[in-house]
Design a protein around this ligand. Structure first.
Ligand SMILES: [Fe+2]
Length: 417
């Protein structure tokens, strides 16, 4: 666990290393934080859960607790507070980490499970929670960088840019695979780490359906846009149309209008076969309607994401390539039903609103998931190239408002059988 903590911290530091202090301290958009806030928030969260709650120590910086609490200080306010500067945030991270190692070492728990910590949920570990929290904030920081179009940011690519499809790949968003009806188990098993909203695992009866073999591509989206996708009222929900009109939305976030898109490092030609990215739920819904299809429910998605022997297939994850792999370039990712690239590349919007599974119990705190239930947030599944492999499991549930486009999110289509 110590190794995993250190590796995660190394990755976080590598991600922000190319940025100047001024870039770290700027709030580029009210829907995301200044990156220096994320860094200090990672430290505050770790200190709260490890040294304070678990180790019984006083907080290292009680004066900062409210400012770096995600709920007490909503995102729009974060740019106007007397936040720690970049150097201060780095020092805070270092000091907290020293306390973490001290507490873990003292309790002799650095490598083991902390049974009994959550009486109802004995399989969780606080270290795992803290670790994944940092990894998820790394993805949030990448969202901010991409949305802000920070010039000259060059990340360390561990994998080459995604390879082209092997052979010709039919680019058809309506290439759907059939999934038979019948009962299946959804949610995370009782053993091992999982978030509260993935539990309890339960049996559902999903009627037969069809679902996209691959994610929807840029080429398909271009056909939608050029075919009046953003002008045909009948393809849009009332709410989606109102949002599109108010913000004059005519293409995915990051598209230039002349065949290029902003990727993390700058303007690049649109890759036809790449999964479309940075579309809102409203846009995804309109795209599906334009083809007489719909988005899959999250239970359909999870059923389609079934692999043999509990193994996970190859996937573009973990901030290694800094781009999604083209649709069709990962035949080894096929699930039992033949769905490819369910994990990685881009998050996939589903038709389902975020809510608790039957028998849900909050842990370790209601603010992780429960306060978002019933808020008309839509569920995304599968993770993106920017998501840590540890986080992107077939049962992991992400959620956001239907108008949001900062997520590395696309879609695949579905239809009734
Ligand atoms: Fe957080």
């Amino acid at each position: 666990m110590i190794t995993a903590l250190a590796e995660t911290r190394g990755a976080t530091q590598e991600l922000v290393a190319p940025l100047s202090d001024a870039q770290l301290e700027t709030q580029y958009t009210p829907i995301l934080s200044p990156l220096a806030w994320d860094l200090a928030h990672i430290a505050a969260y770790e200190d709260l859960w490890i040294a304070h709650r678990h180790g019984g120590e006083p907080l290292l910086r009680p004066d900062l607790a409210a400012m770096y609490d995600a709920f007490e200080t909503p995102r729009p306010l974060r740019g106007s507070l007397p936040l720690l500067d970049a150097a201060g945030a780095r020092a805070y991270l270092d000091e907290v980490r020293a306390r973490t190692f001290d507490v873990l070492g003292r309790r002799g728990e650095a490598g083991g499970r902390w049974r009994g910590l959550w009486p109802r949920q004995r399989d969780g570990t606080l270290v795992e929670l803290v670790l994944r929290h940092e990894q998820q904030h790394a993805e949030t920081m990448l969202q901010a960088l991409e949305l802000a179009r920070v010039d000259g940011y060059v990340p360390v690519r561990r994998d080459p840019l995604p390879f082209p499809p092997r052979g010709a790949v039919a680019d058809d968003p309506l290439d759907l695979v059939a999934v038979p009806g019948g009962p299946c188990l959804v949610g995370a098993p009782a053993a091992g780490f999982a978030y509260d909203n993935e539990r309890p695992r339960h049996r559902v009866d999903v009627p037969a359906f069809r679902i996209g073999r691959r994610p929807v591509t840029n080429a398909s989206w271009l056909r939608f846009a050029e075919g009046g996708g953003y002008e045909r009222r009948e393809w849009w929900s009332d709410e989606g149309w109102a949002w599109k009109e108010e913000y004059d939305i005519t293409a995915p976030e990051g598209w230039s209008g002349d065949g290029r898109e902003w990727r993390i490092t700058g303007w690049e030609p649109l890759v036809d076969a790449a999964p479309v990215c940075h579309v809102s739920w409203f846009e995804a819904d309109a795209f599906a309607r334009s083809l007489g299809a719909r988005l899959p429910t999250e239970l359909e998605w999870e059923k389609a994401a079934t692999w043999d022997q509990g193994t996970q297939p190859e996937a573009t994850l973990g901030q290694r390539a800094f781009a999604p792999a083209p649709a069709g370039s990962r035949p080894g990712s096929a699930s039992v039903y033949g769905c490819e690239q369910l994990l990685g590349d881009v998050w996939e919007w589903t038709a389902s609103q975020f809510d608790g599974y039957p028998g849900f119990r909050a842990h370790p705190y209601p603010e992780y998931s429960e306060i978002f239930f019933g808020q008309r947030m839509f569920v995304l599944r599968g993770g993106a190239w920017a998501t840590a492999a540890r986080v992107a499991t077939p049962t992991f549930r992400n959620w956001d408002l239907p108008q949001r486009r900062q997520i590395f999110a696309g879609l695949r289509l579905a239809a009734d059988a």
